[in-house]
Design a protein around this ligand. Sequence first.
Ligand SMILES: *Cc1c(COP(=O)(O)O)cnc(C)c1O
Length: 336
Amino acid sequence: MHLSRFSRLHFAHLPTPLEPMPALSKELGGPNLWIKRDDCTGLAGGGNKTRKLEFLIADALDQNADTIITQGATQSNHARQTAAIAAKLGLKCHLLLEDRTGSDKVDYNYNGNVMLDQLLGASLIKVPADTDMDVAMKSLADDLGSEGKKPYIIPGGGSNKIGALGYVNAALELVHQANSQSLKIDHIVHATGSAGTQAGLVTGLMAMNSQIPVLGIGVRAVKEKQEGNVFALAERTADYIGAPGVVKREDIVANCDYVGDGYGIPTDGMREAVTMLARSEAILLDPVYSGKGMAGLIDLIRNKEFADDANVVFLHTGGAQGLFGYREAFNFPAYD
Ligand SMILES: *Cc1c(COP(=O)(O)O)cnc(C)c1O
């Protein structure tokens, strides 16, 4: 597995730290908890999409694109990171933001990632929930193409075989770090959405024969659909890196019991997890992904799903900028 065979730009701050969480481990009385800080990838707030964009934007430049089109929910971290790298490279960026939650809150619609998208100079288009986003992006690309622009479409979450290479690379990085710290990782847990993170990670780990199981905590789809999406992309990614068949269906495991009422809708478990991580480790999670992922991990620890002496790594996929879109979900008291 030699990733230098693929076009890539280098703008992420790598390697991201791999740190212990002693206070949280103590508070939960549970396994040894570690955190892989992919919230610290550096690009205008960072997050997991930055690793994918190193490969995706390289491909866009190979194709002489001058305009980037992508999509996400209103508070999409992927959209914000895409706007950031486009700004840095002088590319025009169009973001189609799907109104998935129907929230009419001012913070949700204008603060957090949305404010940063605007600050970074992207052009924003709001589209109704359940729009076919791929069709909407294609039609925008056709319009821009007829004006003489060279648009490049990045799928939602940057999740295709090119973007997933970012997480194949993250698997190499994490195993290398663990080896040099003599840390035997028993489990990796992270939030899974558009599937690219888990697909790339599992493909990299399996291609290395690392034997480390990955558990994705779903934030939107039901288990069957989520695992199916991740597996399909993992198969394509494995083919792409020249390791066909290296990922088996049973290597893809998602737990989708922590979604609550739907994508981007706060849950009590999320509020508890975000608050607990802030107050025990001074780590900022996000309300949509890492907060629900950590809520799942905390619940599974309480249910004794992990051995007391296991080493569990939580992959922090970023997103804290989204907190500012969700101020009211935390309902903090007035002060005077
Ligand atoms: C996009 C995102 C995820 C999910 O990653 P996928 O590759 O889409 O599955 C997790 N956490 C955060 C903060 C994200 O922005």
